[in-house]
Ligand binder design. Structure first.
Ligand SMILES: Nc1ncnc2c1ncn2[C@@H]1O[C@H](COP(=O)(O)OP(=O)(O)OP(=O)(O)O)[C@@H](O)[C@H]1O
Length: 301
C-alpha cells in the first residue's frame, strides 16, 4: 500500500509494479477501504426506509407522504425535476431536517430525533451539491477528520498521547491514504484541498464520506460540472464503491449517468413519489416522461 515516510511525505510505489502486483495492491486498498462494518440487515434487505415522510417548510410541502426503501448493496437513483424534493430527502435522512410526519428508519430502527453526528455514527454519510471541504487542510487531513466521527479515543486520551490514541492515529492516516488511493487522488494527498482541481475535490468529498465507514453513502449530484470523460470515471468509481460492499443513494441530473449506473430508480415530482422501478421501466414510464416533458435527456432530473 502507499505509505507515509518518516517526514510524512508520500512514497508511491504503484507506478513501478507489475500487473500482478498492482492487482494485489488494489485488492489490499479495497480491503482497507471497507473494514468490517457491522450491518444488521442482509444484502438485498431494506437498509434505510422512508416511511410516509412529509416535510413542510411553512406553507410549502417539500415532501408529501414519500415512502421507499434502499436495499443493502444496491445503487439507488433518486431523480426528479428541479425542486422535486430530492435534497430534502437527503436532509431528512441525515437529520438536517425533521419530518413533519412519518419516519426514517435505518436497519429497522427509527432515526427519530437523532442529531446529525449521531446519524453519521449510525452509518449514513453524504456529499453535498456544493463542495464542502476544509480548504486549508490537505487532502489527507480532510479524510482523517472525516474518520474522526468514528474515533473511540477521548480528547483526554489525545492530550495525554495515550498509546491507544497513537495507534488509532496511525491507523486513521493509513486508512485515509487507502481511501485517497481508492478514489484515485493519492498523488495529491499532501496538497491543500483548495489547490486541488475541481474533479479531485469532488472525489475527495467521496473519500471523506467513506472515511466514516457508512452503511449508506448518499451522493448529491457528484457529477455536477463534469465533462463526459469525468462522468465515465465517476460511474466506474460508484460501481467500485458498491463492489466494495457499500450501499449507494445517488441524486444526479445526468440521465445517462443515472440510467447507466443505478439498479433501481425512485422518481419524485412536487414532493411526491411518482415512480419506483428498474431504469428501463422508469425510462418508459408515462408519468416520468410527462414530468420531464420538453426537457432534453441530458438536462433532465
Ligand atoms: N430550508 C428550506 N426552506 C424553505 N424551502 C425549502 C428549503 N429547502 C428546500 N426548500 C424547498 O423545498 C422544495 C424542494 O427542494 P429540494 O432542494 O429538496 O429539491 P431538489 O429536488 O433537490 O431540487 P434541485 O434538483 O433543484 O436541487 C423546493 O421548493 C425548495 O425551494
Amino acid at each position: 500500500m502507499t505509505e507515509l515516510n518518516e517526514e510524512g511525505g508520500l512514497v508511491a510505489e504503484v507506478a513501478h509494479m507489475t500487473p500482478e502486483q498492482r492487482a494485489e495492491h488494489e485488492a489490499e486498498v479495497a480491503e482497507a477501504v471497507a473494514p468490517d462494518r457491522e450491518i444488521e440487515v442482509e444484502v438485498g434487505e431494506t437498509l434505510l426506509e422512508m416511511r410516509d415522510v412529509t416535510l413542510r417548510f411553512g406553507g410549502l410541502t417539500a415532501l408529501d407522504g414519500v415512502s421507499f426503501g434502499i436495499r443493502r448493496g444496491e445503487i439507488l437513483g433518486l431523480i426528479g425535476p428541479n425542486g422535486a424534493g430530492k435534497t430534502t430527502c437527503f436532509n431528512a435522512m441525515t437529520g438536517v431536517y425533521r419530518p413533519t410526519s412519518g419516519q426514517v428508519l435505518l436497519e429497522g430502527k427509527p432515526l427519530a430525533k437523532a442529531p446529525r453526528h449521531k446519524i453519521t455514527q449510525l452509518g449514513v454519510a453524504r456529499t453535498f451539491q456544493n463542495i464542502r471541504l476544509f480548504d486549508e487542510m490537505t487532502a489527507l487531513e480532510n479524510v482523517v477528520v472525516g474518520a474522526d466521527a468514528r474515533h473511540r479515543t477521548s480528547v483526554m486520551g489525545a492530550l495525554l498521547r495515550l498509546p491507544r490514541h497513537h495507534h488509532e492515529e496511525r491507523q486513521a492516516v493509513e486508512r485515509a491514504m487507502a481511501l485517497l488511493e481508492f478514489v484515485g487522488i493519492a498523488d495529491r494527498a499532501a496538497d491543500k484541498a483548495k489547490n486541488l482541481p475541481y474533479g479531485y475535490q469532488r472525489r475527495l468529498e467521496i473519500a471523506r464520506a467513506l472515511a466514516t465507514e457508512p452503511k449508506l453513502l448518499c451522493l448529491d449530484e457528484p457529477a455536477a460540472g463534469f465533462n463526459p470523460a469525468e462522468k465515465e470515471e465517476l460511474m466506474a468509481l460508484i460501481r467500485k464503491i458498491r463492489a466494495d460492499g457499500y450501499t449507494v443513494l445517488l441524486i444526479e441530473h445526468d440521465m445517462k449517468l443515472v440510467m447507466g449506473v443505478t439498479d433501481r430508480i425512485v422518481v419524485l415530482e412536487f414532493g411526491k413519489k411518482i415512480a419506483d422501478g428498474l431504469p428501463a421501466e422508469i425510462r418508459e414510464n408515462p408519468a416520468v416522461i410527462a414530468a420531464y416533458l420538453g426537457v432534453p435527456d441530458d438536462d433532465a432530473a
